[in-house]
Design a protein around this ligand. Structure first.
Ligand code: LMR
Length: 396
């Protein structure tokens, strides 16, 4: 029966990595997948992570199964990071967290939970968005509705159309929001816009789902949680998918979390039993190493400081590269104004390059980016930036 199977198209993001590996030109640059690179072009293991791993190696006494919801300390620390250690949501016991296989795993748990335990059938997703959002909600049979996010002319948030589109979302619809560092545009709402969105959501009775994969990469761990915390202050119920892939550099350890906030502690505890039932059918229980590493770092003041300092360095390097990128594009003769790139948050920049221009970058200059025009600014280094900017100017 397998002879009837059609080949699936290559993944628009991960497929690029595979193509990049077989690229033979020595000046090749991978600006596709969202992975941080340091000034030398390496994706480092953070110092606090290395230290925590050493401790785990030394003191771990058993490889027994974890609980279905994972490492308890990790779950508690995740909640504090999301909502603030002293937040009401946490102190009232209204938030339940389960460890997941990265942010993608958390989104899939969210989708399964919504499908099995709520009446919601529509999920509102920004246009553009991370392509896997569509795939994940399609996989559970939900109807995808889009709200406009990006004004290509102004290279800014398309606020009026966003509000116009979301005003059609009904009570009980799921609205998926990027907590910070919107993927792919890098454009986030202002504090006042978060307030307005939270107010609209509470009034209309949406179920907000935050995809929060980049905490700490826009302006800081606390600052980046502003949107989520604004919603948490005004909603009895919401869902969060969060990830430690980027802010801990733990990409291949698959560490993320699904968090559910309910109106009361009791409702949250009951809902958690259903989340655990979902996990049991998907992968039974998660792997320990990555989550134990994160918990070790977050629980130890010294390691935590080291992690926060290194995360700040990463954030600052990305910001510097944004400035340098804009400066060199101009220097190499770009007539367009690219200064909008400086204002964008996180790893990505929506460059405005067309799919054809991105194809030319790959074919003629060995530069790999997502065909939407998304560029991973965190992959730019002083060594590759000249080739990058000269090549972009040639395809403009
Ligand atoms: C990205 O958008 O590049 C990352 O989130 C990695 C992925 O899984 O697509």
């Amino acid at each position: 029966m397998f002879e009837h199977i059609h080949a699936a198209p290559a993944d628009p993001i991960l497929g690029l990595g595979e193509a990049f590996k077989s690229e033979t030109r020595s000046n090749k640059i991978n600006l596709g997948i969202g992975v941080y690179k340091d000034a030398k072009g390496n994706t480092p293991i953070m110092q606090a992570v290395k230290e925590a791993e050493g401790r785990l190696f030394k003191f771990e006494t058993s490889k027994n199964y974890l609980a279905i919801d994972g490492v308890a300390e990790f779950n508690a620390r995740t909640k504090a990071l999301l909502f603030g250690a002293d937040s009401e949501v946490v102190s009232q016991g209204r938030a339940c967290t389960v460890q997941s296989l990265g942010g993608t795993g958390a989104l899939r748990i969210a989708a399964e939970f919504i499908k099995r335990q709520t009446k919601a059938r529509n999920v509102w997703i920004s246009s553009p968005t991370w392509p896997n959002h569509n795939a994940i909600f399609n996989a559970v049979g939900m109807t995808i509705c889009e709200y406009r996010w990006y004004d290509a002319e102004r290279k800014a948030l398309d606020w009026d159309n966003l509000i116009a589109d979301l005003s059609r979302a009904d009570a009980g619809d799921v609205v998926l929001l990027h907590g910070c560092c919107h993927n792919p545009t890098g454009i986030d709402p202002t504090p006042a816009q978060w307030e307005a969105l939270a107010k609209m959501s509470a009034q209309k009775g949406w179920l907000p789902l935050f995809d929060f994969a980049y905490q700490g990469l826009a302006n800081g761990l606390e600052e980046d949680a502003l949107g989520l915390r604004t919603f948490a202050a005004t909603h009895q119920e919401l869902l969060v998918s969060s990830s430690f892939s980027k802010n801990f550099g733990l990409y291949n350890e698959r560490v993320g979390a699904f968090t559910l906030v309910a109106a009361t502690k009791e409702i949250a505890a009951t809902a958690l039993t259903q989340v655990k039932a979902i996990v049991r059918t998907l992968y039974s229980n998660p792997a320990s190493h990555g989550a134990a590493t994160v918990a070790t770092v977050l629980a130890d003041p010294e390691l935590r400081k080291s992690w926060e300092d290194e995360l700040s360095e990463m954030r600052n390097r990305i910001k510097q590269m944004r400035h340098r990128f804009v400066e060199l594009l101009k220097q190499y003769g770009a007539e367009q104004d690219f200064s909008f790139i400086i204002e964008q948050n996180g790893m990505f920049s929506f460059s405005g390059l067309s799919a054809e221009q991105v194809d030319r970058l790959k074919e003629e200059f060995a530069i790999y980016a997502v065909r939407s025009g998304r560029i991973n600014v965190a992959g730019i280094t002083e060594d590759n930036i000249h080739h990058l900017c000269q090549s972009i100017v040639k395809v403009l």
